[in-house]
Design a protein around this ligand. Sequence first.
Ligand SMILES: [Zn+2]
Length: 121
Amino acid sequence: MQTVAIVLRGQGDRRSTGDATVQVLTDLERWRRALRSSGLLALGAVLTLLIPIVHFFAPPVLLLTSVIVLVRRLGQRELLSSGGGPCPRCGERVDLEQAALAWPVETTCVHCRSGVRIERA
Ligand SMILES: [Zn+2]
């Protein structure tokens, strides 16, 4: 886990600063996450082979999805754990939700409903 400084940008030139906790994944953690997710989808593909009619379309779709999930999860090098800062427009706190991290993060202030673009400082 590491804490990084972030800049919250609102509409116009309004901005404020905050911080976010980021989990940097090791190669082992990335492979573990990727194989767990795609493995569950592949298991679902095998199990749907037993269901009449469904076994015509569900297994190929689930197998294709498992490959896509595997590739996407392997590409995720950082996870956003928590963080936030004051809204550039109203000043109330904007919290970041746990998610795979791709800068910039787009979110909405729950107090004033304005869009907030969050970038690494
Ligand atoms: Zn706001």
